[in-house]
Write a protein that binds this ligand. Structure first.
Ligand SMILES: *[C@@H]1O[C@H](CO)[C@@H](O)[C@H](O)[C@H]1NC(C)=O
Ligand SMILES: *[C@@H]1O[C@H](CO)[C@@H](O)[C@H](O)[C@H]1NC(C)=O
Ligand SMILES: *[C@@H]1O[C@H](CO)[C@@H](O)[C@H](O)[C@H]1NC(C)=O
Ligand SMILES: *[C@@H]1O[C@H](CO)[C@@H](O)[C@H](O)[C@H]1NC(C)=O
Ligand SMILES: *[C@@H]1O[C@H](CO)[C@@H](O)[C@H](O)[C@H]1NC(C)=O
Ligand SMILES: *[C@@H]1O[C@H](CO)[C@@H](O)[C@H](O)[C@H]1NC(C)=O
Ligand SMILES: *[C@@H]1O[C@H](CO)[C@@H](O)[C@H](O)[C@H]1NC(C)=O
Ligand SMILES: *[C@@H]1O[C@H](CO)[C@@H](O)[C@H](O)[C@H]1NC(C)=O
Length: 693
């Protein structure tokens, strides 16, 4: 009994299943308002149904073709029982969306199709919309009717423009076509509608078989069905529609790089009456990050990458510029002595003012720390105009860097930039000697240290003049070029730098470089740097260390402007010790002090050949020989100064400005043979004074 009931159930269930299948296979009407998930559509090509039920016929890739057909044929039999014409009527309502992959993307298009077959294997894409190929286009044996929504204008298929709706019979050469638009019930006018605006568009197609009238109406999804169709045309479909026809959609993309995605969002069809309206709110949604936003994302990624590249490029160029150097082939051999600008830039924290140790006639000096060795360095930035003679100069500088003496500031290397030469020295903890001598904020140096410094500088000069492989003229000996290490030992710096100025500018003129008060008057006549000129400057140096004032001080009364005058007067009074630095408070070794002052006067002798050599000076200082008294007679003839010398032999235009002159100025004269020298301008601190022709 129980078994019989079970069998009955099974039988009933089988009958119901057969009935439901039969209903699906004999479609008179159907509606897909919630997607095509269970529609079992016949898909081919690129067509697919998304998990939300959305039907995609093509994605945005080029040359795609996709078809989707209702699974079973529709019965268009013109049975004798009913009026034959009426039997061909149908009504359909669907929602399409054509979503471009990018702003420039093109179609090709989508079509609603009623065809006698679902086999479109030989059909072409693009303008053939997946319906025909070139040879079959328009052949009456095709038996299809289509309404195309074409988004490209293509000449062979005779479309009217790139945004149109057309009626296709057996081919894509439209029977009739019209620009895409919809009739606005409110405005009572046609409003054009961009088919590939990416938004859902609702379409109504109604064919009245009796009147042989086809109406096609479309509107954006949020607009109710327009009262007037876009297209209303009489058409005889009896030759096209066979007894059983398949209904569905075909779409194809263009041949250009980026195309449109073609979607069907909902569909109803009816053979026996008006197709049910679709509930727009129930339709599956278009992908939010669909074709367009994928491209948008791609574009923004590309844009970001490009932007990043630009930033990196700019930073690279900026860095290149920032650390840009001048480097020539001949410099290869100086590799070890050559510093990269970047290293120096980092060492000096970008040449910050905080790192500034001082500035003189040759340029600014910055303190730095080499990151790789923690070594303290001083970087001198020397500006120079021309590249002329740079090779020679660098070679000299580098060879000077090989000089080793405990009383010389070591030159570690150099770097070149446009209009800039950077010289790297050992950093001297206590700075330059002049600050100790002339600035009140520094503690007074006692005589022991001063005498040590004098002896140290003398031995350095001896090394430069006599002991090193080549004769090196310093050309700018003065207290501000003597640096003090942590033990207050004096070290001579800046040797050879004056040479740089020899090479700047007019080769016709000779430039003399030195500092007023230290400058050998003889130089203005001959223009030739000599050992004796160094000795003149060394004499001025001796006096300033002993007396604690600058050799040239324009702020003093006339008879005291030049230190050598004061010392000379004291000496003629037989009281040379009166000239010494009052800050020593008499705490000095009289014998040493006298020796230093007298040596200072001897070296200041205007006659170069009467000045002692550095070798003699060292001997006197070390006490290995006594001062030659006879030479002291000549000191009486010492003219006050270089200015006096200059004014005797040359025209001085602007002496009054000498009062503005700070004593650490560098003076440079240009003179050409036979023309004499005129002192044209004297400017303030840190400038190089030029006297031209
Ligand atoms: C489109 O679909 C095809 C396969 O049908 C695939 O190869 C292609 O990568 C897809 N293109 C995009 C843009 O998703
Ligand atoms: C089509 O419809 C006619 C009459 O409406 C019917 O006689 C015929 O069997 C149907 N054909 C199919 C294949 O369903
Ligand atoms: C066009 O299609 C027909 C069948 O539909 C096929 O026989 C023919 O080879 C196709 N022609 C081309 C050029 O693909
Ligand atoms: C139309 O197609 C049929 C069958 O494919 C073919 O025999 C016929 O020649 C074609 N007609 C034209 C005009 O191409
Ligand atoms: C709207 O366009 C259709 C088709 O082009 C045309 O027949 C109709 O007259 C137009 N209606 C208005 C109000 O312009
Ligand atoms: C088709 O459109 C015409 C013109 O608006 C209208 O008169 C006719 O009733 C429409 N036919 C159908 C079946 O909607
Ligand atoms: C439609 O075409 C068929 C077949 O060619 C023909 O028999 C019928 O008379 C046509 N209808 C009208 C209204 O012309
Ligand atoms: C088809 O038309 C008939 C008659 O108007 C109607 O009852 C039925 O709901 C319609 N079906 C669809 C799916 O449109």
């Amino acid at each position: 009994m129980a078994a019989a009931v079970t069998y009955l159930h099974l039988w009933l269930f089988s009958c119901l299943a057969v009935i439901s299948i039969a209903q699906a296979q004999d479609p008179d009407h159907f509606i897909y308002n919630h997607g095509f998930g269970h529609a079992n559509l016949q898909l081919d090509g690129s067509a697919k149904v998304f998990s939300n039920g959305l039907l995609q016929l093509t994605n945005t890739s080029r040359l795609q073709i996709g078809h989707a057909f209702y699974p079973s044929p529709v019965n268009f039999t013109t049975s004798s029982s009913s009026t034959s014409a009426r039997a061909l009527s149908f009504s359909t309502n669907f929602v399409i969306a054509i979503v471009p992959g990018s702003k420039e993307a093109s179609g090709h298009g989508i079509a609603f199709v009623i065809a006698d077959s679902t086999d479109f294997r030989h059909a072409g894409g693009t303008q053939y919309l997946g319906l025909v190929n070139e040879s079959t286009n328009g052949n009456s044996s095709n038996h299809f009717f289509a309404v195309e929504f074409d988004t490209i204008f293509s000449i062979p298929t005779d479309n009217i423009d790139g945004n149109h709706v057309g009626i296709d019979l057996n081919g894509v050469k439209s029977y009739q076509s019209v620009a895409s638009a919809y009739f606005s019930n409110e405005d009572r006018k046609n409003i054009s509608l961009d088919l590939k605006n990416g938004q859902p568009i609702q379409v109504w197609i109604v064919y009245d078989g009796q009147q042989e009238l086809l109406n096609v109406t479309l509107a954006p999804e949020n607009i109710p069905k327009p009262n007037q169709p876009l297209l209303s045309t009489s058409i005889n479909l009896s030759d096209i529609l066979k007894d059983t026809m398949y209904v569905g959609f075909s779409a194809a993309t263009g041949s250009v790089l980026e195309s449109c995605s073609h979607y069907i969002m909902g569909w109803s069809f009816n053979r026996s009456g008006e197709a049910q309206s679709l509930d727009i709110s129930e339709l599956p949604e278009l992908p939010k990050n669909g074709g367009r936003s994928n491209t948008v994302r791609l574009i923004s990624i590309i844009a970001a990458v490009v932007l990043l590249l630009i930033i990196i490029g700019t930073a690279y160029v900026y860095r290149r510029k920032k650390y840009e150097e001048v480097k020539e082939d001949w410099e290869k051999e100086y590799g070890p002595q050559r510093f990269s600008y970047k290293t120096l830039y980092i060492a000096t924290k970008g040449f910050k003012d905080k790192q500034l140790l001082g500035s003189g006639g040759f340029g600014k000096v910055y303190k730095g720390t080499l990151s790789y060795s923690n070594e303290q360095i001083a970087v001198k930035k020397v500006s120079h105009e021309s590249n002329q003679g740079m090779k020679e100069f660098v070679s000299e500088i580098v060879s000077m860097g090989r000089l080793r003496h405990k009383n010389l500031v070591r030159l570690l290397g150099y770097c070149r930039r446009k209009k800039e030469l950077l010289l790297v020295y050992d950093h001297m903890e206590n700075g330059s000697l002049d600050k100790f001598l002339f600035n009140d904020d520094k503690p007074t140096l006692n005589w022991f240290h001063r005498f040590q410094i004098i002896k140290g500088v003398a031995s350095a000069l001896l090394y430069l003049h006599e002991d090193s492989e080549q004769v090196v003229l310093h050309r700018d000996i003065k207290a501000s070029n003597v640096l003090l290490d942590s033990d207050l030992n004096g070290r001579l710096g800046d040797f050879g730098l004056a040479r740089l100025y020899d090479r700047d500018g007019d080769p016709q003129t000779t430039r003399l470089v030195g500092t007023l008060g230290y400058l050998d008057p003889e130089l203005t006549r001959t223009g030739k740097a000599t050992k004796t000129a160094d000795m003149f400057a060394f004499g001025a140096f001796l006096l300033e260390v002993a007396c604690g004032r600058k050799p040239f001080d324009p702020n003093k009364p006339p008879q005291e402007i030049f230190l050598v005058d004061i010392v000379k007067r004291c000496w003629t009074r037989d009281a040379i010790i009166d000239a010494i630095d009052p800050r020593l408070h008499g705490n000095h070794v009289a014998e040493e002090m006298e020796k230093v002052l007298k040596l200072g006067l001897l070296c200041s002798n205007p006659k170069p050949d009467l000045r002692p050599t550095i070798k003699e000076v060292v001997q006197y200082l070390e006490g290995n020989s006594s001062l030659p008294d006879i030479l002291l007679d000549t000191v009486q003839n010492i003219p006050s100064s270089i200015l006096e010398t200059l004014s005797q032999s040359t025209e001085v235009n602007n002496v009054s400005t000498a009062n503005n002159l700070a004593s650490d100025c560098i003076i440079s004269f240009s003179s050409s043979a036979g023309q004499g020298v005129s002192l044209n301008s004297l400017s303030s601190t840190n400038s190089v004074l030029h006297t031209g022709r």
